[in-house]
Design a protein around this ligand. Structure first.
Ligand code: SF4
Length: 501
């Protein structure tokens, strides 16, 4: 049996398809990985066709010998998955299965295009599908799998319990064996370590650190339940108990050693767990001890304000942590309550920032994520965020994201019920988090992004009367213009100063 797994993401880390490929290979199933990095990336459009027809023409022969074709997708890649699936129809005989976050949240919708949908964690479910196809059996009773029966009715199966032991799974497949990529003008070509290196070097954090980054996850899940996050929706599907799981330190180290041996160009490790700091202190200390001895590369990770603590940071910085990202999201207590982040209020966040700031001589400026354009925010809520930014100890960077109301989240349901989400295609499926509303308050946050803007001036600009005057309707064209020129001007200046753009 052969399974072709297709990833449409610009980032070729594509953890999901690599994890499934490794699991299937361990079970004796041949897999082929095909990376089709979206040419638009975050520059989404309402134009459903993302790939030129030449790419899709080359894809069909590459999938011709497959017994099953898997496509991974998040909500913003539904158009990619539909275009890929449409192009394969009639040209290949294998059924097309969709998996990932979007099919997990919207299986019925995905089944209108795909032949099968995998809900939730996919390794075991997809292996069950492969075995059923090999034996000529129906897939209609496989847990996690939705499919259409011959009579046209939909077989909806519940999810199986989450596998508790992540060490039972192999590390993601970075073998480069039967891996392929759409490499722009070169077409659909075998993915070699040299091509991998080039793609990984183009990642945001790689450019920031000037090193080629290897991304991994040491666990699955998150301890928090933010109302705008798909983690909350997936937790509701499985139940919170047992959702957050960690791989053992030895399992992670074996992966990192193997990755370094196969890709000697790796210059740092990006640990992309949603909340790496949620690992217990003893575990983090053991991680650091083994990491120093067996890997020894600089690394970065993410933490939540509720879990960042000095003793954990001490161990991590000593082991080579150079860069840290933390979610702040808003400085307004009212919006924190709406986001279900009351446990991570302003005092808690400033305390975590003070801890991080204590390492400013050994860490790059930390990155703090903010969410803009929340429909329930008043001007005062937004100004509270700006005034909060003025209190953040320097140095820091901000990553301001425009809120996308992802399907399945509590916030999306609330906004839809309140009439604040009426066009999902425009406001969700084709909305990128880079599409910030071009107004005065967001411009202030952009000015503060690099962490250099003087705090007293920022506080003054966020004073109610000033903000009401400068944010007046008559001045809206001015801020639209400021947004239009700010990005290119920033990139030009960075190029001039030789900084990563
Ligand atoms: S802390 Fe981050 S990953 Fe966890 S639920 Fe909140 S937004 Fe999602």
């Amino acid at each position: 049996m052969r399974v072709s797994l297709i990833s449409p993401y610009p980032d070729i880390t594509a953890f999901g398809v690599r994890a499934i490929s490794a699991f299937l290979r361990e079970k004796g199933v041949a897999t082929r990985l095909i990376f089709l990095p979206d040419p638009l990336g975050d520059t989404l459009t309402d134009e459903p066709d993302r790939y030129p027809s030449a790419v899709l023409d080359a894809l069909a022969p590459l999938c011709a010998d497959a017994d099953l074709i898997g496509v991974s997708l998040m909500t913003n890649y539904a158009d990619n998955a539909a275009q890929i699936t449409g192009a394969l129809r009639g040209r290949v005989t294998a059924p097309v299965l969709w998996g990932g976050v979007h099919p997990t949240i919207r299986p019925a919708e995905c089944l209108e295009v795909a032949d099968m949908v995998c809900v939730g964690d996919g390794e075991e479910a997809i292996f069950d599908v492969v075995r059923a196809l090999a034996d000529g059996r129906s897939v209609a009773d496989i847990p996690n799998i939705w499919s259409r029966r011959p009579d046209g009715t939909v077989a909806r199966n519940p999810v199986r319990p989450l596998p508790p032991d992540l060490d039972a799974f192999p590390a993601p497949d970075w073998s480069h064996e039967d891996h392929h990529i759409w490499d722009g003008a070169a077409g659909l070509v075998p993915l070699t370590p040299a091509v991998t290196r080039r793609f990984l070097a183009g990642g945001t954090v790689s450019r920031l650190l000037g090193r080629v980054g290897y991304q991994t996850m040491t666990g699955r899940g998150c301890p928090h339940r933010c109302a705008y996050c798909v983690n909350d929706a997936i937790k509701s599907l499985y139940g919170a108990k047992g959702y957050l799981r960690w791989r053992s330190v030895a399992h992670v180290m074996a992966e990192l050693e193997a990755a370094r041996a196969a890709m000697p160009f790796i210059g740092y490790v990006w640990i992309s767990d949603d909340a790496f700091f949620a690992r217990p202190l003893g575990d983090i200390r053991e991680f650091c001890r083994q990491y120093k001895a067996r890997v020894g590369l600089p690394f970065s990770c993410l933490g939540s304000p509720a879990t960042i603590a000095r003793d954990k940071l001490d161990a991590l910085v000593d082991a080579g942590l150079v860069y840290l990202q933390m979610g702040v999201q808003t400085g307004s207590p009212r919006i924190q309550a709406l986001f279900n982040r009351q446990a991570m209020g302003n005092e808690k966040m400033l305390a975590a920032m003070a801890v991080i700031n204590g390492y400013k001589d050994r860490l790059l400026p930390p990155s703090y994520d903010f969410i803009l354009d929340t429909p329930y925010e008043t001007l005062d809520d937004r100004l509270e965020s700006v005034r909060f930014i003025a209190k953040i100890p320097k140095p820091f960077r901000l990553q301001p994201f425009s809120l996308v109301l992802y399907p399945g989240t509590k916030l999306a349901a609330m906004a839809a019920a309140d009439g604040l989400l009426t066009d999902e295609r425009r406001d969700v499926y084709t909305k990128s988090y880079t599409m910030r509303r071009p107004d005065y308050v967001n411009f202030l946050i952009l000015l503060a992004k690099g962490g250099r803007f003087p705090a007293p001036l920022l506080t003054l600009c966020a004073a109610g009367p000033v903000a009401r005057a400068l944010g007046a309707k008559a001045l809206e064209p001015l801020w639209r213009l400021a947004f239009a020129v700010a990005g290119p001007a920033r990139r030009f200046l960075k190029r001039l100063l030789g900084r990563p753009t």
